[in-house]
Ligand binder design. Structure first.
Ligand code: ATM
Length: 190
C-alpha cells in the first residue's frame, strides 16, 4: 500500500510519516530524496535548471524512488509511507496546475491508496515559522497558493483512492490515531 503524507512546511508531515512508519511493516520514502544533489542545489537557491524544468525533475525523482520500492507498493501487507509524493509536485508546480495534473496522470506512477493532507492555516503557519518570518514572508502568497492547490486536490480526490484532510492544529498523537484508524479501515476493505 502507498500512503502519502502531504502539506505545507511546518504542518507536521515528517513527524507523522516517521511515527506511522515506526509502527508498521514497510518503508519510509522522503521526497525529494536528499541524495539528489541536483534538486538539493536547486532548493538551496542555485539555478542548475529553470523553474519550469523543476516540475519534471521533482517528478523524475519520485518515479525513480517509487520504482525501487515497487514490490512493497504492490504488497497488501506492507506500507510504503511517503513524506511528500506527487501531490507536492502539483501543489508547488511552477507550471500550470491543470497541466501538471494531466502530466502526473500520464506518468508511470501509481495512485496513492491514501493521501493524508495535514492542513495548516496561514495564521498558524506564520506563528510556526516564528523568527524565520522575515526570510519566508516574501513567499507567503506562494505558500497560500500551495495550500489552496492541496485543498482543491482533496476536493477532487485527485489521483488517489482516498484523501483525508486533518487540521495540523490537532495534537501529534490525535492525528496519528486518526491516520491509523483510516489505514485499518482501508486494509479491511482491500
Ligand atoms: P521538504 O522540506 O519537505 O524536504 O521539501 C523541500 C521542498 O521541495 C518543499 N519546499 N518548500 N517549502 C516542497 C518542494 N517540492 C516540490 O517543489 N516539488 C516536489 O515534487 C516535492 C516532492 C517537493
Amino acid at each position: 500500500m502507498l500512503i502519502a503524507i502531504e502539506g505545507i512546511d511546518f504542518s507536521g508531515k515528517t513527524t507523522q510519516a516517521t511515527l506511522l512508519h515506526s509502527e508498521v511493516k514497510g518503508e519510509l520514502l522522503k521526497f525529494p530524496r536528499r541524495e539528489n544533489t541536483l534538486i538539493m542545489n536547486y532548493l538551496k537557491g542555485e539555478k542548475p535548471f529553470c523553474e519550469e524544468a523543476s516540475f519534471f525533475i521533482f517528478l523524475a525523482d519520485i518515479i525513480d524512488g517509487i520504482k525501487r520500492a515497487e514490490r512493497r507498493v504492490e504488497s497488501k501487507n506492507e506500507l510504503v509511507v511517503c513524506d511528500r509524493y506527487v501531490y507536492s509536485t502539483v501543489a508547488y508546480s511552477k507550471i500550470d496546475v491543470n497541466n501538471a495534473k494531466e502530466i502526473v496522470k500520464l506518468s508511470p506512477l501509481p495512485k496513492a491508496d491514501l493521501v493524508v493532507l495535514l492542513d495548516l492555516e496561514m495564521e498558524e503557519y506564520k506563528k510556526r515559522i516564528g523568527e524565520e518570518l522575515d526570510s519566508y514572508e516574501k513567499n507567503l502568497n506562494f505558500i497560500e497558493k500551495v495550500r489552496e492547490n492541496y485543498l482543491e486536490m482533496a476536493k477532487e480526490k485527485f489521483f488517489a483512492k482516498e484523501w483525508m484532510v486533518i487540521s495540523s492544529s490537532k495534537g501529534v498523537e490525535e492525528i496519528h490515531l486518526e491516520i491509523k484508524k483510516k489505514i485499518n479501515s482501508l486494509s479491511q476493505s482491500i
